[in-house]
Design a protein around this ligand. Structure first.
Ligand SMILES: Nc1nc2c(c(=O)[nH]1)N[C@H]1C(S)=C(S)[C@@H](COP(=O)(O)O)O[C@H]1N2
Ligand SMILES: [Mo]
Length: 442
């Protein structure tokens, strides 16, 4: 097994290299650089060249040149967006639309199999699904961390390499974010997901390590950064952050990361990254870059807005520069029920739900139907594994009409149990507390 990566140590090392002028941070806002440098104990010098991350207007494509990651030559022709938004149908009984995103309704998962059908799989798009042509699509692997210079791979090239198949969920780091507000009375910026920013699929593709090996990774390489071919992301205040991209430590890139071209036995659908996406099992969804067009392999640490201003924990409990960049998701449970579901009294109901953990397999799920006073164990329907979910069921025979609160609390093989509250962070990531699900007995 690959040793665990200590993101703390890694981040510290990267900051040191950054101070020594050995890092690149194209498109990272100056204030974020300064915050990180302050954390490293030296604000006096700013040795790295900043890209020009500030754009005046929300133009979306190329004009400002802020992506600066070298994508321009490859994907642009193929990346032409013909329709904004999400391509697949989003019926209201399955999805809640949240801006450019679609959250799966957990009640719609009742009766669906272990692998989430595409028809029910949530979509998180920073901008819109691009329509790419697999025939002209190429993956460009480039950067000073390669031994033999840039390499291009067609889809046929990737498919000719040994394939791997693996079941894993993709879950947004902000899944459950709205409960910081509704359960804990704390604000959190970002999409107000309930628990449906997760889907579990069978992915088939080629190991990223296989592709990197063929491209020739030098012993000086430290970071690997895939970029998406969707439009550049412009924030609400008009800042163009460039293409969606986030560096991975080389050790992780060589571990269990897949370049996936199939989802549940079929080619990736447009909304989920067609023709190829990165799949980083158990990690925050943002690591799994969709519509990947190029991968930079760098001998210097890389930074992007997605590992500096986003996807770290900020707030009273955290240092000013935030926590280390987020890696793994956490532990959660959800009932396959709408909010305010109602149940006949004096009848036996079969409550169903799912629990999942990024760090270990689920060992038990405890259910309360009386707001947390008494608990009983749910029956697990799947063999639990890390980085997937486990479906469960428990009978419930409510006697007295009136409102009550259902709770599901999971424990995994690391011994971690969902807590009553989650320590607050301003962007509402990694909510893992037990969610209170209000229902009514009639
Ligand atoms: N290119 C690109 N990749 C991306 C994103 C994006 O907007 N563009 N969103 C990320 C985020 S935040 C999440 S949670 C997952 C969502 O994957 P899905 O839409 O297939 O469910 O994709 C990630 N990969
Ligand atoms: Mo996400």
């Amino acid at each position: 097994m690959t040793p665990m990566i200590s993101e703390e140590a890694y981040d510290g090392r990267r900051r040191a290299q950054w101070l020594a002028g050995e890092a690149r941070a194209d498109g990272v806002a100056r204030r974020d650089m300064l915050r990180l440098l302050a954390a490293a104990g030296a604000v006096a010098t700013l040795p790295v060249t900043l890209g020009a991350p500030r754009a005046q207007a929300a133009t979306g494509t190329g004009a400002t040149g802020t992506a600066a990651t070298g994508t321009a030559a490859t994907g642009t022709a193929a990346a032409r967006v013909v329709a904004a938004g999400i391509v697949k149908p989003l019926p209201a009984d399955r999805f809640t639309i949240r801006g450019t995103n679609a959250e799966t309704k957990f009640e719609a998962l009742a009766g669906t199999p272990f692998h989430t059908p595409v028809s029910h799989f949530f979509v998180r798009n920073h901008t819109a699904t691009p329509r790419l042509d697999a025939k002209t699509w190429t993956l460009r692997v480039w950067g000073d961390g390669l031994t033999g210079g840039e390499r291009e791979f067609t889809l046929a090239d990737l498919k000719s390499l040994p394939s791997v198949t693996r079941t894993a969920f993709v879950e947004c780091a902000g899944n459950g974010r709205s409960f910081f507000t509704t359960q804990q009375g704390q604000p959190a910026s970002g999409t107000a997901w309930t628990l449906g920013a997760i889907g579990n699929a069978r992915w088939r593709g080629v190991r990223l390590s296989e592709v990197l090996r063929r491209a020739g990774v030098s012993r000086h390489a430290v970071d690997v950064m895939p970029s998406g071919l969707d439009a550049e992301y412009v924030t609400d205040d008009g800042t163009n952050l460039g293409r969606v991209r986030r560096p991975l430590p080389l050790t992780k890139a060589l571990d269990d990361v897949i370049l996936a071209y199939e989802m549940n036995g079929a080619p990736l659908p447009p909304d989920h990254g067609y023709p190829v996406r990165v799949l980083v099992p158990a990690w925050v969804g943002i690591a799994s870059i969709k519509w990947v067009g190029d991968i930079e392999v760098s001998s210097k640490p890389l930074f992007s807005p997605w590992n500096t201003q986003f996807y770290r924990l900020f707030g009273e409990a955290y240092p000013p520069e935030g926590s280390a960049p987020l890696t793994r998701q956490t532990l959660k449970s959800a009932f396959e029920l709408p909010r305010d579901a109602s149940f006949e009294a004096a009848t036996t109901h079969h409550l169903t739900g799912r629990s999942w953990s990024a760090t270990g397999a689920i060992t038990r799920v405890d259910i309360s139907t009386d707001g947390g006073t008494t608990w009983r164990r749910a029956h697990l329907k799947d063999t639990p594994h890390r980085a997937t979910w486990t479906r469960w069921t428990t009978p419930w025979h409510p006697r007295t009409p009136g409102p009550t609160t259902l709770l599901a609390r999971a424990t995994d093989t690391t011994g971690h149990t969902q807590p009553e509250t989650t320590v607050h962070n301003t962007q509402g990531y990694l909510f893992d507390a037990v969610v209170r699900h209000e229902v009514r007995v009639k």
